[in-house]
Design a protein around this ligand. Sequence first.
Ligand code: NAD
Ligand code: LMR
Length: 327
Amino acid sequence: MSTPVKVAVTGAAGQIGYSLLFRIASGALLGPDTPIELRLLEITPALKALEGVVMELDDCAFPTLANVVIGDDPEQVFDGVNAAMLVGAMPRKEGMDRADLLAANGRIFTGQGAALGKVAADDVKILVTGNPANTNALIAKSNAPDIPAERFNALTRLDHNRALSMLAKHLEVAVTDVEGLAIWGNHDDSMYPDLYNTRVNGKVAADLVDEAWITDTYIPTVATRGGAIIKARGLSSAASAANATIDHMRDWMLGTDGKVVSMSVPSDGSYGVEEGLISSFPCTVADGQYSIVQGLELNEFSKERIAASVARLASERDQVRELGLIG
Ligand code: NAD
Ligand code: LMR
């Protein structure tokens, strides 16, 4: 077998970690022929629990799991990593907005960004899942000036998968009948799933549903799904978040074969989104590089919704600047 790909996961003893690690180790990320070395970061008090998780990983005897390293020192754990999934952060509780976590979680990403800048492999790809994911990714990026900006992404693939599944259910079609669907903006309740550039069996999705359903049901249900899960489960989404984290990183590393997916990436100014903000766009990936899909027609409604969500990103950026977490 080839040299193992080093995959870091932070918050590895948490709820998402408990779903994520076993799927990565079993080959769901890079397939059955690529050995993986897991590099797992936790805070010191959670290391004991993490040791238990590693015992369980051992007990699965996964052929693709070459090695596991655990620790509480980011520079040691991130040494030479090719992929980093930054999950470790506090989840919100019922009644909170994700942005309420900025002060509590933002600082985690200054140190982890700086550590990645010092010790990660040259080809590292960094995906932030810990909330508020887009702005935490911005913090990590700002604290690692030697890593190219486009290596920092944030997770809106869970929102994408939710949007896909809800549309397919409503239209009674398979998820594979839907193409071009994407989430724009922030991973908060302002996010915008655009049905005007989505096709279902070749037809424009927005033409197949009532306009009122889009505005009054579909958009708010997709955008508040995380809160609905917290209300129902008493805990935030975990298995679906782990699944989306794998979907995003797998597609980023292996490519999308022309398929459009939602990725939060540093804006290059496309579609008027302020350059540098980490915003969700329709993207494709080839040869390990994502591209924002160009040339889409956005109607006035879409433009307004995207601008409103980007304004939230700019406001979060301003808050973390005030907190001294970015320059
Ligand atoms: P959890 O509380 O179960 O686990 C978080 C883990 O992170 C804990 O084990 C904790 O010890 C660890 N941790 C805290 N600070 C750390 C640090 N500095 N370094 C390393 N580890 C650290 O939470 P969870 O349910 O696994 O959720 C994790 C995060 O993911 C939350 O912020 C949650 O809101 C977010 N989330 C995002 C999405 C998304 O779509 N972007 C979806 C679901 C959850
Ligand atoms: C989600 O979308 O499920 C997560 O971001 C958790 C949350 O706080 O909603």
